[in-house]
Write a protein that binds this ligand. Structure first.
Ligand code: GRG
Length: 298
C-alpha cells in the first residue's frame, strides 16, 4: 500500500491524540486504584498497559457532542476499561482461550493463580459500577447509560459473543462470524461512543448515527484483531499471535482468506467514516480513529 503525505500526517496526529487521552485515562485509573486493599493492586496488574480505546472513544464522543468537563465522563470511561479488562482476564483462563500472555506480561491466572484471577475479574466488573455512579449529577443520563452498559456487557452482548466464540465451528459460516464480531466486540465499541453522547445530552438522532457508525467501527476493530492474529508479532501485540488460527477459531481470515479479510476491513472503515461524516466537522476525529484502527499493528 502507498501512503500519501497527508495520510501520514493524519496518522501522526491521531497517534498524538490517542497518547494524550490515554495519559489522562491512565492518571484517572491510578487515582481510582489508590487503595491499601491488596486486591486493588492485583486488579491493577491486569488493568495496566491497555490501549484504552474504549474510554478514549467515550471521551471523544462526549467532547464531539459538546461536553465541556472531561471529569464528568471519566468515571464512566474508566469503568468501561475495567469491564473490558475483566473480560480479557476471563478470556485468558485455561477454561476459555487459555493464554499465558496479555498486555506484554503474564496473564492474571499465570501470575496469581486461577482462583485469584477469576476473583480479580469479578472485582473489576463490580467496581466498574461504582465508578459509573461516582456522582449523582445527571441522574437520568447516568441511569440510561448504566442500562445500556448492562445490556451490552451481559448475555445480549459480550457474554453471548464469548459463548459463540469458544464453540468449535465447522464448516465455516459467514453469518456466525458476523454474530461473533457483533456480540464479542462491536456492541461494546458502539456502546463506548454512545455513552459519551448520552452524557453530553446529544439528540437521539445523533446517538442513532453514532451507534451505527460504532458498530461498523467495532466490526472493523475485530477484523484487524483477527488479521493481526495471523500476521502480528508477539512483542508488538503484547499477546500470543496465531492463537485463533491454532485453535481453529472462526475468524475473518479463516472465512474470507487474508486478502479477503483485508478488503472487507477497508469496506467497514468506509462505512464507519461515511456515518461519522454525516455528523459534520466536530466528529472528524472519529474518521481519523477509524483510519488508525484500520492500519493498526497492535
Ligand atoms: C463473561 C466469563 C465471561 C467472560 C467474558 C467476553 C469475554 C469473556 C471476552 C472477550 C474478550 C475478547 C478477546 C474480546 C474481543 C475484543 C478484543 C479485540 C479485545 C482486545 O482489545 P484491545 O485490542 O486490547 O483493545 P487492549 O489490551 O489494548 O485493551
Amino acid at each position: 500500500m502507498i501512503f500519501t503525505y497527508n495520510y501520514i500526517l493524519t496518522i501522526m496526529n491521531i497517534e498524538k491524540y490517542l497518547a494524550q487521552k490515554k495519559q489522562l485515562v491512565d492518571k484517572a485509573l491510578q487515582t481510582y486504584f489508590c487503595n491499601s486493599n491488596p486486591l486493588f493492586e492485583i486488579m491493577y496488574y491486569s488493568l495496566d498497559r491497555g490501549k484504552r480505546i474504549r474510554p478514549i472513544l467515550a471521551i471523544a464522543s462526549y467532547e464531539a457532542n459538546g461536553g465541556k468537563d472531561i471529569n464528568k465522563i471519566m468515571g464512566i470511561a474508566c469503568g468501561l476499561e475495567l469491564i473490558h479488562t475483566y473480560s480479557l482476564i476471563h478470556d485468558d483462563l485455561p477454561a476459555m482461550d487459555n493464554d499465558d500472555f496479555r498486555r506484554g506480561k503474564e496473564s492474571a491466572h499465570r501470575k496469581f493463580g486461577e482462583a485469584v484471577a477469576v476473583l480479580s475479574g469479578d472485582g473489576l466488573f463490580a467496581y466498574a459500577f461504582e465508578l459509573f455512579t461516582e456522582t449523582n449529577s445527571q441522574l437520568p443520563e447516568r441511569f440510561r447509560i448504566i442500562k445500556e452498559i448492562s445490556e451490552v456487557v451481559g448475555p445480549k452482548g459480550i457474554v453471548y459473543g464469548q459463548i459463540l466464540d469458544i464453540q468449535n465451528h465447522k464448516p465455516i459460516n459467514p453469518k456466525l462470524l458476523r454474530q461473533i464480531h457483533l456480540n464479542k466486540t462491536a456492541k461494546f465499541i458502539a456502546l463506548s461512543i454512545r455513552v459519551g453522547a448520552i452524557l453530553a445530552q446529544a439528540p437521539d438522532a445523533v446517538i442513532r448515527i453514532l451507534h451505527q457508525a460504532g458498530l461498523y467501527l467495532g466490526v472493523l476493530f475485530q477484523y484487524t484483531d483477527d488479521i493481526l492474529d495471523v500476521i502480528g508479532k508477539k512483542e508488538k501485540l503484547g499477546k500470543t499471535p496465531q492463537k485463533d488460527m491454532n485453535q481453529d477459531k472462526l475468524t475473518a481470515p479463516r472465512v474470507y482468506g487474508l486478502a479477503g479479510a483485508r478488503f472487507r476491513a477497508q469496506k467497514y472503515a468506509l462505512l464507519a467514516k461515511e456515518r461519522f461524516g454525516r455528523l459534520g466537522n466536530s466528529f472528524a476525529i472519529f474518521s481519523d480513529i477509524t483510519d488508525f484502527i484500520l492500519h493498526r499493528t497492535f
